[in-house]
Design a protein around this ligand. Sequence first.
Ligand code: MN
Length: 458
Amino acid sequence: MRTLFKGGSVASGRGVRRADLLVEGEKVSALGRGLKAEADRIIDVGGCVLFPGFIDAHTHFDLEVAGTVTADGFASGSRAALRGGTTTVIDFACPDKGESLASGLGRWREKAGGKTFCDYGFHMTIDDWSGSVRQELPEMFAQGISSFKMYMTYPAMLLGDGDLYRALKELTALGGICGVHCENAGVIDALIAEKKAAGELSPASHPRTRPPYLEAEAVARLLRIAQAAGAPVVIVHLTNGEALGEVLRARKRGQTVYVETCPQYLALDESLYFQENFSDAARYVCAPPLREKREQDILWRALRRGDIQTVSTDHCAFTLEQKAMGREDFTRIPGGLPGVEARGELMWSLGVARRRISVAQMCRVLSENPARLYGLFPRKGTLQPGADADIVVYDPSGGHILRAEDCESAAGYTPYEGFATDGGIRQVWLRGRLAAESGNVLLSTPEGKYMARGKCAL
Ligand code: MN
């Protein structure tokens, strides 16, 4: 099957240009102006921008948290992804404490296998550093896992400074890259204990116990540990200017630091936690929390300057019923927001349409950079000949209202309810097949492929 996309513009990380695009089978086969190829079908994409399928390098599907399981498993989560233009997700395999990495990865391969509608890979979570974990690392690379995740917060998952250092050093020697959740653990726990003792148990206490400077402290400490280890690192879900300042200082010393932020930190702010109604506030609980509105401009400027390399969602969906587990105690609200469905249209509407970032910058942070950073380039993240024909057809004209009732996510709500988009995603193609159109997922069988990934090339 040969499909010709005619009359549109094609985005890359370098710019956007008028070009036709020819797809043969699962691959892009040609790109150029006025392509005269014989095609079985012609798709008129006049006025539209074609992006390489978006990559969401931070999702949590089918994850047990706080005595419950995320509302989205790999089926609904990946359908939501496709609806939002995301053709590849990189989820997190999370072995239990003491479980081998191989066993944890096996469980995640099973959770996703035969259920996932988009392509997918896994980062490996390391919440325990030991000789046996170390010995398992080469096998992880052999199975296509080139990126890892460590926590500086959450008592059940965090690594101490010494283990962070040892793990970063070892992973770097093997050619791996590690993303780290940076928030100070001890002080946050002490602040939470104070709030509990004072009986201040509403969601309003959530941001007050996780202030931005305790994220910045952890970023600064991580970057010094990474300096000692000679390791490049990824700061995941960075939320604020002080934390970003620590990154810029480390880069000035010559360190390699990649930064991810998320749409919720660009679009929403902490005033949502101060709403009277429990459910209205609880639905936004995530860590790090939403920040003051002024941080949004700082993050947008950093995206524009290239100081932030990727925008992922940290999609971790719970229903409002699940969020109600914390009605009497904000620390029992399962943390996380659904977002995989809205990211592309939010970035266009808040970013490109408002001239905060260019089309090329949007392409970099949603497609090209995550592909390079996580070893998927040039199979993913570009529309050059030879790449997978994962294509988002974005129509800048018109717009629509984001509504939970239209979503594939099982969360039952969207943090962006009522948001008016600028334009919208008209079509999403996964390896040459039309996967979603006008907000409807068309695929009826889960044919997402596991992506064995290579090493970081950003
Ligand atoms: Mn996460």
